[in-house]
Design a binder for this molecule. Structure first.
Ligand code: DAH
Length: 363
């Protein structure tokens, strides 16, 4: 049997190894080497059996004491290591909750004011029972002019600053539509009266300044049946402008005008106040031109295959960009097409702001 000195040396060595163990695996190896089945302390315990009774009386308590102290030291070291590991993890994985939360894509993205205004216009007219129609951007001279009662070589054709394509073999030239009015004829041709629809879309003219861009947007409206008259036209426009500008007291003024495809033709102004650069709709003593309209010319009905003795109705057309600028106080049309993110963040709308008459158009 090892004497007391040997025992204390053994204890000192094992305790040193315990203290030096820097991770749980090393510590466990120290435990197995001392207290495992073939460990140094276990070996000594086994030797108790071969001792005399007196020897065992001193060696027994000494070895048991050693075993208890080592077990305790191992447990203490183990819990110290666990705690240190937890501390390290906490320090490493900590997050700074004071950092600003990054916006999700749906919050950061913006709907272009033009898209928003188009949705507003569509929801207002849908509420009045207007269907939605579309036509091609590339048009023939027939649909853009002739079927709309523009006489050949009439100066009104020149007024439109048309973009023409190269002449085809037969000499005819396609063009980029200068207005959405051709969709009137296209839609009447393919359907049967009564008609009540709007057709928004891209339009093109060779023109560029603060309020004109070569590509812009219009919205056309058409109502044809056997009885529709100018009173209906006025009511529809009043309803539309009141809902769109979200002011109860919108006041209209109809001025006689000229368009080849309507007779009579009118331009519609809304009452407004001009305060410096700002325009307020529905108050003040000024007037602002907002759209063109009239009763559809018999020649247009004929061109679309309808009998003008039987059918009649009204049409109107307005610039979508223009009413967007007016409603949302946007001073320069060209910015609509520049894709400047700072501009979009300022004038754009949240993707979750879906306009509806029930929910409020722009609230
Ligand atoms: N097409 C016309 C333009 O671009 C606008 C217009 C005026 C359309 C009167 C109409 C209308 O339907 O009746 O200048």
């Amino acid at each position: 049997m090892a004497d007391i000195q040997d025992l204390s040396k053994l204890e000192a060595d094992i305790v040193a190894a315990i203290v030096a163990a820097n991770d749980e695996a090393t510590l466990d190896a120290v435990r197995v080497a001392a207290l495992g089945k073939k460990g140094s302390v276990s070996d000594l315990m086994k030797s108790l059996g071969g001792m005399s009774a007196e020897e065992r009386q001193t060696a027994g308590p000494a070895l048991n004491g050693l075993k208890d102290r080592l077990t305790e030291a191992l447990a203490a070291r183990k819990s110290a290591l666990t705690e240190a590991a937890l501390e390290a993890r906490l320090a490493h994985e900590k997050i700074d909750v004071t950092l600003p939360v990054r916006e999700s894509a749906i919050e950061a993205g913006r709907i272009h004011p033009l898209s928003q205004v188009l949705d507003e216009v569509i929801s207002i007219f849908a509420d009045m029972g207007f269907a939605y129609e579309q036509g091609p951007d590339i048009e023939s001279d027939h649909y853009n002019f002739t079927a709309l009662n523009f006489p050949e070589a009439h100066p009104a054709r020149e007024m439109h600053d048309t973009f023409y394509f190269e002449p085809r073999a037969d000499g005819s030239r396609l063009l980029l539509r200068t207005h959405t009015s051709p969709v009137q004829v296209r839609t009447m041709e393919k359907g049967k009266p009564p008609f009540r629809f709007i057709c928004p879309g891209r339009t093109y003219r060779s023109d560029s300044d603060q309020t004109h861009t070569p590509q812009f947007h219009q919205i056309e409206g058409l109502v044809i049946d056997e009885t529709t008259h100018m009173g209906h036209l006025k009511w529809v426009l009043e309803e539309f402008l009141r809902a769109f500008f979200e002011v109860e007291g919108v006041e209209l003024r109809m001025r006689p005008s000229f368009f080849p495809f309507t007779e009579p033709s009118m331009e519609v102004d809304v009452r407004c106040a001009r305060l410096g650069n700002e325009i307020r709709i529905g108050e003040g003593d000024d007037w602002l031109e907002i759209l063109g309209c009239g009763m559809v010319h018999p020649n247009v009905l004929k061109a679309a295959g309808l009998d003008p003795e039987k059918y009649q109705g009204f049409a109107f057309g307005m610039g979508l960009d223009r009413i967007a600028m007016l409603k949302y106080g946007i001073p320069d049309l060209r910015a609509f097409f520049e894709s400047d993110l700072r501009w979009l963040r300022h004038y754009g709308f949240s993707a979750l702001d879906v306009p509806s008459l029930a929910g409020g158009l722009s609230s």
